[in-house]
Every structure is written in C-alpha cells, then in structure tokens.
Design a binder for this molecule. Structure first.
Ligand SMILES: *Cc1c(COP(=O)(O)O)cnc(C)c1O
Length: 440
C-alpha cells in the first residue's frame, strides 16, 4: 500500500514514529493521525504557513487537512499570530470573565440567527456533550436520535455508529460505552426522512433531541437534503423535542452563519468548534435564551471549565472571524474549491476512474465512487484500497490529503491558483500510479 521511495524520504518522521509508539498509545494524541487506514509512516509536521505544512524531513506539502477544519485562513495568518502574541504577553488565563470572550460571543450571536446566548467550552466534544445534557434537562426526556456516519465528538452516548476515526478504524462503536448510554441513543440512516418519521410516530414523546451534522463531514462530505432537514425541523417541533445542529465543522466554514444560514433552517441548539478557536482548543454551544438560561449559574444544569473562554483562544478566534467577515471571502473560497473540484473530476474522468467530488463551499471529499453518495452505506461502497494507494501517491507529489477515505478535506483562503493547479497535476500522476499498482 505504501510507497517505498516515499518512505525512504521520511527518515526523521520514521524515527519519531518509533519513539512515539513507546510513549503515546498508537503513537498519537488522536486516532486518525496514525495513518492506520492508509498504512505507512505519519509525517511529523513542525511548521506551517499559508496553504503549506512542512515535515521534520523538510518536505513541504500543499495542505488540505487544515488541522481538520480550523485553518480556514491558511496557517499562521499574520492577524492570528499577532493576536496570540499580544495576548500571551498579557497572560494566557485568568479564570475570570474577560472583554474578549464578550467580543467573540457578540460575533457568534450576530452571525447565527438561532443563537441568543452562547457558552464557551474547550472542544467540540464538550459542546455536543453539554448540549445534549441541556436538551435532556429542557425536555425532561432521555432519548437522543443521531445518524449513522455523523460524528459528534467522543462523549459516551454519541459514540454509537459514529463516523470519523471510529469509522476509519472499522470500530462498531467503542468498548467502555455502557449499555445504558448506548440504549439512550437511537441511530438512523442519514438522509432518510421515512425512518425519522416512523421513529417519531412511535416514540416521539420520549425523544429529547435529534442531533445532526447538517452537512456531514465525518464520513467524508455528504450533504443532507433540504427535505431531510426540513423533516427533522418539523418532526422535532411537533413532538416537543429539540433539534441540535452540530456545526463544529460547518460553522463559519460553508457560510459565515454556518449551514443553517446557507439552508435557511433554524435549529434549537447549535454546536461550534474548530474555526471559532482560530487553531486553539475551543468549542461553544448556543441557542434561544429560554433554553440556554437553564445553564448554571443562571439555572440548574451544571457545566463548567477551568480554561473555558480562555483569552488566548478567544483572541485567536476573534482575529479569525474578523478576517472571515470581510467582503468576498466566501466567494473566494467557493471559487477556489470549485476550480479544484472541477480539475480533479475532469482528470479522473479522462482516466476512466469512477470518482466524484462532493463539496459544499470549501469543504470537500473526493470519493472513488461514481456518486452521488447520500449516506454511510454509499460511503462504505467507495474504493478505500484505491484511496490508500492514491493518498500515498499524493503525498509523494507533495499534497497532504486526509489519511482516510472518510474525512473531509478543506480549501483555505491561502490556496491560490498556483496550489490548485499543482494539486490537479499531482492528482493526475497519483491516479495513474494507483491504477498501475492496482494492475488496471
Ligand atoms: C471535530 C468535530 C467534533 C468534535 O470536536 P473536538 O474539538 O474534536 O472534540 C464534533 N462534531 C463535529 C461535526 C466535528 O467535526
């Protein structure tokens, strides 16, 4: 699967990888980084600038992982670097309210019509986990509905048929999740209104919340149909359940006001993360005041955090959103991503390879599948062995794609026509090499 010449160039990464596995479980701090799905040695990155990451062997790659979503401006954007440097000199955490968390909250509330109050946490996982607790308290019900292939972080009740790393590693869920937590979670196929309709007809009064990625990114990019999301909105409202949009990826990615603004559908609660921290650890959840005011200290639902709203992350997030609020930003992201997708698809077509790019704005996945892919079953039918060979071909060409066929890739504001053209040419060669290796 791997490429020997490619591996030989990664001498320092290989040394570090050997050491890492003696110190960190699986050599990493988060599973998909380990290249398990594609084989070979994970590259240890020690520098990043604009659209590029550079590894410890000095090899530079055009980056489409974007730190798994946050790096929408490109890496080390001057405005973000300056904000972090300035704040670091003023202290990195006080454990008090700060003016900067207020400024970020104002921006988020202004961007999302459905958010009147927002609570900052330290990760997307904390945001979804806390939003569920709040939904259960508000509705006084226990059951949660999620969709196969959607990933909402690693809280127990959400690690059932989750996408992302769980999917990449072929795990059905996770040992260590209690039967109780799993039993409170009902999992349905994505984009299947009839299944949701049926569940609500039978159990609507037990359901606290439906949580969904309005544009799935964690089984690769699979957009929800408008009808599906509208059905979720209607059914939850009729049953007195809450609709939670997990916009940890899509918030400030597909539009300034996230997928809900793009699609014109308002959830009751929204989870955010990734981009709003500008590359520092952050998460947030928000919604109507009547729900959010149940949170302590305003109300009885407990949720806290020593470093929550810490000024370093707030400053980095604020600097990022200030750039994103400038005119023409999302048009540029759309144009560059469209150019890339067209180039990739045209080349695959020319070589007769079943391939399609699924994309919303600057989040995209190239599937080795004729498409369209609407749910997890479709995604699993894509050619993942071919992806692994192709991935290594791209790496050799100097393009860093997600090390799994089931992840979203991202174009940043720093990707210029040059990087796009470079990527399409690399893709043409990597496809050819992957076909030869497949004996096609
Ligand atoms: C990344 C992600 C999460 C989890 O966020 P972490 O910061 O990794 O805990 C939750 N939901 C979605 C949709 C995500 O993409």
């Amino acid at each position: 699967m791997t490429d020997d010449r490619n591996e030989a160039r990664a001498a320092r990464s290989r040394e570090l990888w050997t050491a890492a596995r003696q110190l960190l479980p699986g050599g990493v701090s988060s599973p998909v980084r380990a290249f398990k799905a594609v084989g070979g040695t994970p590259r240890f990155i020690d520098r990043a600038k604009g659209p590029y990451v550079t590894d410890v062997d000095g090899i530079r790659y055009v980056d489409y992982v974007a730190a798994w979503g946050p790096a929408i401006l490109g890496h080390a954007h001057p405005a973000v670097v300056e904000a972090i440097q300035e704040q670091a000199g003023l202290g990195t955490a006080y454990g008090t309210p700060t003016e900067v968390e207020l400024a970020l909250a104002e921006r988020i509330v202004a961007a999302f019509p459905s958010i009147e109050r927002v609570r900052f946490v330290n990760s997307g996982t904390e945001a979804t986990m806390s939003a569920l607790r709040l939904a259960r308290a508000f509705t006084r019900r226990d059951k949660i509905v999620k969709f196969a292939g959607c990933y909402h972080g690693h809280a127990d009740s959400l690690l059932v048929e989750a996408g992302s790393g769980v999917l990449t590693l072929g795990l059905p869920g996770s040992p260590g999740v209690t039967a109780g937590a799993a039993a409170d979670t009902w999992v349905l196929p994505y984009n299947d209104e009839a299944a949701v309709e049926e569940l609500f007809a039978r159990h609507g009064e037990e359901i606290a919340a439906v949580i969904v990625e309005p544009i799935a990114g964690n089984m690769g990019v699979v957009p929800a149909s408008r009808d599906f999301l509208q059905a979720l909105r209607r059914l939850t409202r009729e049953a007195g359940a809450l609709l939670i949009f997990d916009e940890v990826i899509t918030g400030f990615r597909v539009a300034y006001g996230g997928a809900q603004t793009l699609l014109g559908i308002e959830p009751d609660l929204t989870c955010l993360g990734k981009i709003i921290g500008g590359g520092l650890p952050v998460g947030a959840y928000g919604g109507r005041a009547e729900i959010m005011e149940l949170l302590a200290p305003a109300g009885p639902v407990y949720q806290a955090g020593t470093l929550s709203g810490n000024p370093l992350a707030m400053r980095a997030g604020l600097a990022t959103l200030e750039v994103l609020a400038q005119p023409g930003v999302y048009e540029r992201l759309e144009r560059q991503a469209a150019r890339l997708a067209e180039g990739l698809e045209a080349e695959a077509k020319a070589q007769g390879i079943p391939y399609c790019v699924q994309r919303v704005g600057s989040m995209w996945t190239g599937f080795f599948h004729p498409g369209p892919l609407r749910n997890l079953d479709d995604v699993k039918a894509s050619d993942i062995d071919f992806y692994a060979r192709y991935f290594h071909g791209m790496l050799r060409e100097g393009v860093y794609l997600p090390p799994s066929a089931f992840e979203a890739a991202f174009v940043s504001l720093a990707h210029t026509d040059h990087e796009i053209a470079f990527t399409v040419e690399a893709h043409a060669r990597a496809l050819r090499r992957a076909r030869q290796a497949a004996g096609a």
